[in-house]
Design a binder for this molecule. Structure first.
Ligand SMILES: Cc1cc2nc3c(=O)[nH]c(=O)nc-3n(C[C@H](O)[C@H](O)[C@H](O)COP(=O)(O)OP(=O)(O)OC[C@H]3O[C@@H](n4cnc5c(N)ncnc54)[C@H](O)[C@@H]3O)c2cc1C
Length: 384
């Protein structure tokens, strides 16, 4: 019997695994696919995400954009920084490196083995994989992402699913150079979402995503966006877009029950305004490891994880949700406010650097709206 089984070898599961194994626990990671496996993702790592990684990530970063261009249908604004806004990685190799790190710390990894069943047993849990193999552990971490089964099998509330579709394109150097130093985000033309271009040398990651994708034809939105961004360039082989859920929550429910808990996308803890999810995956991986390390000595249940998430993680995420509910229904209007007051755009980017919070951004957005109203109706009071 292992101390901990981690289902899923993405950033969330691998982080929890290396932390727990390094502390001397017997850890088994079970991954559905063969590693390296593809994960549709822009691969943009922000400073707050980098701070949570073990040493050595820099060999996996490909581009370091220092500009962020925001556009709506009318105009665009570019914000420039002296330091990179993010560092981009190819997810399959970045995740492989994290999995190898977990193994180097003592975790065991079983690949190509989708988990199909989770059963509580007297000592913890029995896990069954597609091939019929059984594994047991005292504690369980559901880190199986947007397509995972852990939340459902553990009877924990599942997240809502947005959706995104993207392509990875190797483009001529001259075209890559146009985008090489900046992330482009087009807002206000995609209901409850946006389109993006993220450079990852020598590739451009281009996609469209929405938190309310139900009636959206993502494929045709993506095709139009590609035509718009790529001009005359046509790839030599057909483009194969990849789609993936954007699991997120508007309410925090329990994320731990008994000796099991959820992390990362399996927990639906992605930023529900920006769709940044790697930071949440890494952070919850660490918080899960801390919780299990405190519980394991006395074989305690993991209820305290719910409190930790509520206290340390949820307040900023809840403000991200408020921001989404404020911004997306009136995205054209708000994009103009943000473009006129670039301090708000800078603040938004700083949330991802960890140097300010969504609470502060919400406050400043309200102030900016008041100023906007004063400028438009300066004499309202005196004319009464
Ligand atoms: C198109 C797109 C672009 C994005 N761009 C960015 C970005 O630029 N920056 C950013 O921060 N975030 C981005 N995100 C979000 C980010 O990709 C996710 O939030 C992040 O991958 C979550 O990590 P995770 O470890 O929780 O899950 P995952 O990375 O999804 O890992 C889960 C793992 O579990 C495995 N698994 C699933 N089911 C089972 C099973 N039954 N048994 C065993 N294993 C299983 C999967 O194979 C997978 O390896 C993007 C998301 C999408 C869809």
């Amino acid at each position: 019997m292992d101390d901990v089984i981690v289902i899923g070898a993405g950033p969330a599961g691998n982080t929890a695994a290396w932390r727990l194994a390094e502390s001397g626990l017997k850890v088994l990671v079970i991954e559905a696919k063969a590693i390296p496996r593809v994960k549709p993702c822009g691969g943009a790592l922000t400073s707050r995400a980098l701070d949570l990684l073990p040493e050595g990530f820099s060999s996996y970063t490909k581009s370091h954009p220092t500009q962020w261009t925001f556009s709506n249908a009318r105009r665009q604004v570019t914000i420039t920084s002296s330091t990179p806004y993010c560092h981009t990685v190819e997810r399959q190799y970045f995740d492989q490196w994290l999995a190898e790190h977990a193994v180097s710390r003592g975790a065991r990894l079983i690949e190509s083995s989708p988990v199909t069943q989770i059963e509580p047993i007297a000592e913890g849990y029995q896990i069954t994989t597609e091939s019929g193999s059984h594994y047991t552990a005292r504690y369980l971490i559901g880190a199986d992402g947007g397509h995972g089964i852990s939340a459902r099998l553990l009877g924990l509330p599942r997240a809502q699913n947005g959706a995104a579709m993207e392509v990875e394109l190797e483009v001529p150097e001259s075209l890559f150079d146009k985008f090489s130093s900046r992330v482009e985000v087009d807002i206000a033309q995609y209901p409850w979402g946006y389109a993006w271009v993220i450079p990852r040398y020598p590739i451009l990651n281009i996609g469209v995503g929405s938190f309310r994708p139900k009636k959206l034809a993502l494929k045709s939105l993506l095709d139009n966006y590609l035509n718009f961004k790529l001009g005359d360039f046509r790839p030599s082989s057909p483009i194969k877009p990849l789609a993936h859920p954007l699991p997120h929550r508007t309410r925090l429910g329990p994320l731990a029950r008994g000796h099991a808990l959820l992390v990362g996308d399996a927990a639906g803890l992605m930023d529900a305004f920006s769709a940044e999810g790697i930071y949440s995956a890494l952070r919850t991986g660490h918080l899960a490891a801390n919780t299990i390390l405190s519980a394991t000595k006395d074989n305690l249940p993991l209820d305290s994880y719910n409190l930790v998430i509520q206290a340390e993680f949820w307040p900023n995420l809840r403000s991200a949700i408020k921001m989404a509910y404020l911004f997306y229904p009136l995205a054209k209007f708000w994009s103009e406010i943000f473009f006129n007051d670039t301090h708000l755009l800078e603040q938004y980017l700083q949330v991802a650097q960890g140097t300010t919070t969504y609470q502060q951004l919400l406050h400043d957005t309200e102030m900016s709206l008041l100023n906007h109203a004063k400028i438009r109706w300066p004499n309202t009071r005196t004319s009464e």
